[in-house]
Design a protein around this ligand. Structure first.
Ligand SMILES: [Cu+2]
Length: 85
């Protein structure tokens, strides 16, 4: 289980965009998103970095929660943003 916190995920469209991004990396992935806690849980054989990159490309800033001790600074994204920004 890979968990990301995506603070700039704020609406149903964000959920769809992130889910799509993950499925592009791994079409068999199971994606569970909790909008109230901004948590994205992914069940996938793909690498965390690969999934994170896909979410960044979709315009969001995922913070990996799988390995809490690792440096988990949000990836800065300039230019594109979520539909709500
Ligand atoms: Cu949105």
């Amino acid at each position: 289980m890979i968990t990301f916190e995506v603070k700039d995920m704020t609406c149903g469209h964000c959920i769809k965009a992130i889910t799509q991004a993950v499925l592009t990396v791994d079409s068999t992935a199971k994606v569970q998103i909790d909008l109230s806690t901004h948590r994205v849980q992914i069940e996938s054989a793909s690498a965390e970095a690969e999934l994170s990159h896909a979410i960044v490309k979709a315009g969001y800033s995922p913070i990996a929660k799988t390995t809490e001790q690792a440096s988990s600074a949000p990836i800065k994204m300039t230019g594109r943003g979520c539909c709500c920004h």
